[in-house]
Write a protein that binds this ligand. Structure first.
Ligand SMILES: O=P(O)(O)OC[C@H]1O[C@H](OP(=O)(O)OP(=O)(O)O)[C@H](O)[C@@H]1O
Length: 300
């Protein structure tokens, strides 16, 4: 069965990079899908490749997801109309994983609603380190097959090659498991702080132990950086403690307006991210692992 990688708008470079990886080179081809808006704002799609009998991989990172979801659902329906044997989604960043419970009465559990909207259209989903917290595994909410790619090996490789004497710092207990993994792979020490969220932009992060900082470059590691208040709070503690300038490393560079400036203003020496969301901070490439994951996904 042939494999066709079909990028949604903005994901063309990622699809091309994936096709060049050893796991897919010669085994997968690129497809073309035109997506545009009618004057009234509705979506127009046109498939410009043959997908009959194919394993189709829709490539769509899902940051700022609201405007991306409907074209994605339509694209899945369209390729099935044209005879795709299997429809998978590579979403390096999977949105709507943070509202995974009702924090206040009456709130919508959008992590579940998003999964329930998306997964019936898919045979499988591949993503990178989804924000799994109160939902422990994607299968609890996604009804299709899923595979999670971990950014830890690539992050550890980057840290070991670029940061002298790193000390990894995770912002909250939830981060312990994978900060520990990155630290072990980078052969570096780590510590974990505690975080209390009071609002969208109000977080409190505990102060690191000063005795652990001496001689090290602090490396703040988190899965998502959005407003950057979590990392900025930590950077302020580090500055007050007289630590060396810190490096900030994110898996998913969501970075709302002003977030990078907030980090540099709070003393970050460097801000880098994995390329799950296209952003100037992208320095850690995950294509190798993504291509292997796509290649491994079974026929449904
Ligand atoms: O850049 P910011 O706007 O500070 O957001 C980033 C933080 O938010 C996320 O956790 P979050 O507090 O949403 O969730 P949790 O309760 O699931 O840990 C994420 O893991 C970061 O720690």
């Amino acid at each position: 069965m042939k494999t066709v990688l079909l990028p949604l708008p903005g994901n063309e470079a990622l699809a091309a990079a994936l096709l060049a990886q050893p796991a897919l080179a010669g085994q997968a081809e690129g497809g073309e899908l035109l997506v545009r808006s009618f004057p009234d704002g509705e979506t127009h799609l046109q498939l410009l490749c043959d997908v009959a009998g194919a394993k189709v991989v829709l490539v769509a990172t899902l940051d700022r997801p609201d405007s991306k979801l409907l074209p994605l659902l339509f694209a899945a329906a369209l390729v099935r109309d044209y005879g795709a044997a299997e429809v998978g989604l590579l979403a390096p960043y999977l949105a709507y994983m943070r509202q995974d419970t009702r924090f206040h009465p009456g709130e919508g559990v959008t992590a579940r609603y998003f999964a329930e909207t998306l997964s019936p259209r898919l045979d499988w989903l591949v993503t990178v380190d989804p924000h799994l917290h109160r939902i422990a595994r994607l299968e609890q909410v996604y009804r299709c097959a899923t595979r999670v790619v971990h950014a830890a090996p690539a992050m550890a490789e980057w840290i070991a090659a670029n940061v002298p004497m790193p000390l990894l710092i995770g912002p909250d207990e939830e981060s312990r498991q994978w900060v520990a993994e990155v630290a072990a792979l980078a052969q570096a020490p780590y510590l974990v702080l505690s975080k209390t969220r009071h609002g969208d932009r109000q977080v409190e992060v505990s102060r690191p132990d000063i005795t652990r900082l001496s001689g090290h470059t602090p490396v703040l590691v988190d899965d998502i950086v959005s407003t950057a208040h979590t990392m900025a709070e930590t950077l302020q503690h580090l500055r007050q403690l007289g630590a060396n300038p810190a490096v900030c490393v994110a898996v998913h560079a969501i970075f709302t307006a002003g977030a990078v400036d907030l980090l540099t203003g709070a003393g970050a020496a460097r801000v880098v991210s994995c390329n799950t969301v296209v952003h100037p901070s992208n320095a850690i490439a995950l294509e190798r692992w993504l291509a292997e994951a796509i290649q491994s996904m079974p026929v449904g």
